[in-house]
Write a protein that binds this ligand. Structure first.
Ligand code: SF4
Length: 808
């Protein structure tokens, strides 16, 4: 590189040398060693000096898989934008999506295969790909020969699209049923409740955009719930009042319930009410926030159902049976459990019935011991509100465009426990951790760490070191998502069939591989039937083959299939997404002509209304809902552990998969404004009673573990609850001087009794001040009025707290 100091620059500028730039640069270059000049005689295919190239691909920051467009210049990724044609995000992109550039260029990416040096706890030796494949293939071969393929397990997380099909085929050929997708945020209860109520394997399309009243039970749809960009956009449409009266009237004949719900003829702006123990980002943007006791949502929803019946919002023939079923769930009981007064509950039922409102559930509401029951109760509330199969309500999504094999199959926590037990019994020989970090995302009390130590070979496929990969024998580095092929069929869907492609936007920076290619290489090494079942030479070829089949099925009359498909493939690569239409109804922005369409909007409507959904009063019994099971159970006695722990997903980091990215680490939490650190939240009144102060290091103990975190006073939190964000960059991974700060150290190993889902919000804790203090880094200055009482809360006679009051 040519170097020039400031003095030389001024001298040269003064004598006009800069005006003959070439001569100056040549002269300088002669003075410096030639080896510093890097020639580029054979540039990569996509290299065009000075020209921006935009590639359509998919974000990997969370399971929503939003469409993105990536700006590449001179072989370097410069910027990521949302793809306006992708129906999930329609051009929107969250902070995590923006930070994806740093995932690609992160200095701590694993750049070559590594073998764990068993003599030491922290040393790895580089190993060639060939050696790594040989080691794994030998072991697999020997297991297959002994007919012990079922001693191979594979754990993944959030796999969508055709990758899941490839993983499944790989495990099937080994004759192993042990392919599991585990994460603590896998919505098992929501899936199970929808399966139970609507007999569907897909999550429905929650039509927030057209809802006049949204009642959210703990679902932080603006930052972490299911598909945050999809719902953020829908929220914007709802708030702008883009409600289509014509559409509502046109479809009113398709209403499935014999309801007398008044159909609104006008709609200006949707209203939102958030029900949760701790104010979330969605709560902060709602009209009202209702601070309820953790775990009381099921009783609350059932009591609202009863009130809707009493008020005559439901007029079905089986009204009497429903009344009988719902009789145990009175408003008085709901008031006692939730802490809301009866007048508020009556008002809520009235508003919801006449709205009509749309109820959604997520976060802590579905993560208690009664999460499944709560999800069923909230489906029922939508039924009594007349919300099934109507705009502004719950619309069933059509089956996935790639077929059932490509739909995500989430494992619940009980399945993780079965892995742990099998490892403890010595029944697992080889565990493949496919781009997942279960040690970060499961309770320390689960015993997973010691179980992993009993498995002879753990292979981690990962882009960077994580808690689980440092325990692995072999670490195989994956391409970044911007260097790799992939596809997805959005889940939850967008109301019509759609599929999207991810493509490499640059050549791989390091000696890394695509996960799909790793499986195919192993199959090639194993040979025989396994190779026959997985005959593709690369993951790209496999994907293309699957899309070709998709195209063939939809265009059986194509006369020149190869040629037509090639055109289709190029178009999808260009646009990034394919479907019957690219933008849902009611959204102002429309797709441009680039979008490929093989189905019509009427197909979509036919899909959405194809079933007359109705729910029977026997549903409560068949779901195991009784007066006892609706009540939440907590681990730890109230006397010893007086507070309920409320873990919530960080709006910045989500499930924490990209918590190592500096842009995210420097982004203040949108509600607390804290940067860099982990913290524990407590209501200021509770802190006063315990003589704790902001910034004090507080020891939090549960029946299974303890943590020490700095205290943050958070007024929008119930006084009986302690909240801790999940997904933060916890210390204790590589920085061994620091104690661990992962809240999973506190969480007890209990599950939802109906589904086996981890009961994340079912732990009681106690607090103890240590007397030591730290300064939390916050960007909001002082949050209070320094005792001057400039802003006074107004008098109010119920629990409907306008959100602007809470935020003070
Ligand atoms: S919502 Fe998820 S998929 Fe979409 S941009 Fe954000 S991180 Fe990426």
């Amino acid at each position: 590189m040519v170097r020039i100091n400031r003095r030389e620059f001024l001298q040269l500028a003064g004598t006009g040398a800069l005006g003959v730039g070439t001569g100056f640069l040549l002269g300088e270059a002669i003075k410096h060693p030639m080896e510093l000049l890097v020639p580029y005689p054979v540039p990569p295919e996509e290299y065009s000096p000075g020209v921006d190239t935009w590639y359509s691909t998919l974000c990997a920051g969370c399971d929503a898989r939003c469409g993105i467009r990536v700006r590449v210049r001179e072989g370097r990724v410069k910027k990521i934008e949302g793809n306006p044609l992708h129906p999930v995000n329609q051009g929107g992109l969250c902070a995590r999506g923006q930070s994806g550039v740093q995932e690609l260029y992160h200095p701590e990416r694993i750049s070559q295969p590594l073998a764990h040096n068993l003599d030491s706890n922290s040393n790895y030796s580089p190993i060639s790909w060939e050696n790594a494949f040989n080691q794994i293939t030998q072991q697999l071969k020997s297991l297959v020969e002994k007919q012990q393929g079922d001693r191979v397990w594979m754990m993944t997380t959030g796999t969508q699209g055709h990758l899941y099909g490839l993983q499944k085929r790989f495990m099937d050929t080994l004759r192993s049923p042990h392919l599991m997708q585990y994460t603590h945020d896998n919505h098992t209860n929501l899936y199970a409740a929808n399966r139970h109520c609507f007999n569907t394997e897909q999550l429905p399309y929650y039509d927030i955009a057209h809802s006049p009243l949204l009642l959210s039970f703990g679902a932080d749809y603006l930052s972490t719930w299911l598909s945050p960009m999809q719902y953020t956009r829908a929220f914007g449409v709802m708030r702008q009042g883009a409600f289509s009266v014509t559409e509502q009237e046109a479809l009113s004949a398709t209403e499935i319930n014999a309801h007398s719900v008044a159909t609104p003829k006008t709609h200006s702006r949707g209203k939102t009410i958030q029900i949760e123990p701790r104010l979330s980002l969605s709560g902060a943007n709602a009209d009202h926030w209702l601070a309820t006791s953790p775990g009381s949502e099921a009783v609350l929803a059932l009591a609202l159902c009863g009130e809707l019946l009493r008020k005559g919002f439901y007029t079905g023939d089986n009204r009497k049976s429903w009344e009988q079923q719902l009789q145990p769930y009175s408003l008085q009981r709901a008031s006692r459990d939730s802490g809301l007064d009866v007048a508020t509950l009556k008002q809520l039922a009235e508003d919801f019935g006449s709205g009509p409102g749309l109820a959604i559930a997520g976060g802590g509401a579905l993560q208690g011991s009664n999460g499944f029951v709560t999800a069923v109760a909230i489906n029922l509330l939508n039924f009594f509100g007349g919300n099934l199969n109507r705009p502004g309500g719950i619309l069933q999504n059509p089956s996935p465009v790639f077929g059932a094999e490509a739909a995500p199959k989430q494992a619940n926590y009980k399945q993780l426990q079965s892995l742990i037990k099998s490892a403890d019994r010595g029944e697992i020989e080889l565990l493949i951790l496919y781009d997942t970090d279960p040690l970060q995302n499961s309770p320390t009390a689960s015993g997973l760490e010691s179980a992993l130590a009993k498995i002879p070979t753990v292979v981690s496929l990962s882009t960077h070191m994580n808690r689980s990969s440092i325990k692995a024998n072999l670490i195989l580095p994956l391409h970044s998502y911007l260097e790799d092929w992939d596809d997805s069929a959005p889940e939850p869907g967008v109301g019509f069939r759609t599929g999207a492609l991810a493509q490499p936007v640059i050549q791989p920076l390091y000696d890394t591989r695509s996960g799909g290619d790793i499986l195919l290489t192993l199959a090639k090494g194993l040979g025989g039937n396994i190779r026959q079942a997985l005959p593709w030479d690369s993951y790209e070829i496999y994907l293309k083959n699957q899309w070709r089949e998709l195209y063939r099925q939809r265009n059986p009359d194509s006369l020149s299939l190869d040629e037509d498909f090639q055109q289709f493939w190029q178009s999808v690569l260009q646009v990034g997404v394919w479907g019957e239409k690219a933008i849902p109804d009611g959204v102002k922005q429309r797709p441009d002509s680039e979008t490929i369409s093989t189905e019509t909007a009427s197909t979509r409507q036919a899909e959405l209304i194809h079933r007359n959904l109705t729910l029977s009063p026997s549903l409560l019994d068949s779901a195991g809902i009784s007066s006892q099971t609706v009540e939440p159970q907590f681990n730890g006695s109230e006397a010893s552990y007086p507070f309920v722990l409320y873990p919530y997903l960080s709006p910045v980091f989500g499930d924490g998969r990209w918590s190592h990215l500096p842009w995210l680490q420097e982004l203040p939490d949108p509600l607390t404004k804290v940067v860099y650190d982990a913290w524990v939240e407590l209501n200021p009144d509770t802190a006063r009673q315990l003589s704790l102060q902001e910034g004090e290091l507080v020891e939090i103990s549960s029946a299974v573990g303890k943590l020490t975190l700095p205290l943050l006073l958070y007024p929008a939190l119930r006084p009986d609850t302690v909240a801790i964000p999940l997904g933060l960059p916890y210390k204790g991974l590589t920085d061994t001087g620091h104690p661990d700060t992962n809240p999973f150290a506190l969480i007890t190993d209990s599950v939802d009794q109906h589904t086996g889902e981890l009961a994340l919000a079912a732990t009681r804790v106690q607090l103890r001040g240590t007397g030591r203090r730290v300064s939390l880094v916050r960007t909001d200055g002082h949050p209070h009025t320094l005792g001057r009482q400039i802003l006074q809360p107004p008098e109010r006679n119920n629990n409907l707290i306008p959100t602007h009051e809470v935020r003070k």
